[in-house]
Write a protein that binds this ligand. Structure first.
Ligand SMILES: CC(C)(COP(=O)(O)OP(=O)(O)OC[C@H]1O[C@@H](n2cnc3c(N)ncnc32)[C@H](O)[C@@H]1OP(=O)(O)O)[C@@H](O)C(=O)NCCC(=O)NCCS
Length: 162
C-alpha cells in the first residue's frame, strides 16, 4: 500500500455499537488474530444477551472490536482485538478507555480481564492502563500443546483516570 493509499490515523477512528451485520467481519478479524478464535455463535450470543459489544471503524472499514460484560459492580473485558495492519496506532488503547469509561458510567467499581502470559503486547497495554495481576486461572486457555494459564488482571474504576 502506498503512503497515499494508507488508511486514516486513529483520530478518525469511531467507536460504535456492534450489530448483527458486523458479525461476519468481526469473525474474520477474530480468525486472523487468534489461533483458537471465538466462533460466530459466541459473538451472536454476546449481542443477544446484551453485553457491551463495540466495533472501532477507521474510514469505511472495521479495524477491531471490544466486548465487555457488566453486572454486580464488575466489568469483565472479554475480548479486545485489532485487525493486523491497524495495530500499533493506539486503537486498542482508545477502545479500552472507552469500555472502562462506559463501565464506570454504569456504576461498576472494578474491571477484570484474563490474558495469556505469553501475550506480552496485550499485557503491556493492560498494565499501562492500570491493570494489575490478581490471580492465575490454571489451564484456562487452549494451547498448541496442552493448556495455557490465564493471568487475571484487575483495576479499580471509581478513582483515577481511565
Ligand atoms: C493486543 C492488541 C489488541 C493491541 O492493539 P493495538 O491497537 O496494536 O494496541 P495500541 O496501538 O493501542 O497499543 C497500546 C499499547 O500496547 C502495547 N503495544 C502495542 N504494540 C506493541 C508491540 N508491537 N510490542 C510491544 N508492545 C506493544 C504498548 O504498551 C502500547 O502502548 P504505547 O503505544 O504507549 O507504547 C492487538 O495486538 C491485537 O488485536 N492482538 C491480537 C488479539 C489479542 O491478543 N487481543 C488481546 C487478548 S487478551
Amino acid at each position: 500500500m502506498s503512503s497515499v493509499e494508507r488508511e486514516p490515523w486513529p483520530e478518525e477512528a469511531q467507536i460504535r455499537p456492534m450489530h448483527e451485520l458486523d458479525v461476519p467481519v468481526v469473525v474474520a478479524i477474530e480468525r486472523a488474530a487468534y489461533q483458537f478464535p471465538w466462533s460466530e455463535g459466541i459473538f451472536r450470543d454476546c449481542l443477544r444477551v446484551g453485553y457491551v459489544c463495540r466495533v472501532i471503524d477507521v474510514g469505511a472499514g472495521t479495524a477491531g472490536y471490544g466486548i465487555m460484560s457488566i453486572g454486580a459492580g464488575e466489568a469483565h473485558i472479554l475480548n479486545v482485538c485489532i485487525r493486523d495492519g491497524h495495530r500499533g496506532r493506539g486503537l486498542a488503547r482508545k477502545l479500552l478507555i472507552y469500555l472502562l469509561d462506559s463501565a464506570r458510567a454504569s456504576g461498576m467499581n472494578e474491571a477484570f480481564l484474563e490474558v495469556r502470559p505469553s501475550n506480552t503486547v496485550a499485557g503491556h497495554l493492560y498494565r499501562s492502563l492500570g491493570f494489575e495481576q490478581v490471580g492465575v486461572r490454571r489451564g484456562y486457555y487452549q494451547a498448541s500443546i496442552g493448556r495455557e494459564d490465564a493471568a487475571v488482571l484487575r483495576r479499580a474504576l471509581l478513582s483515577g483516570p481511565a
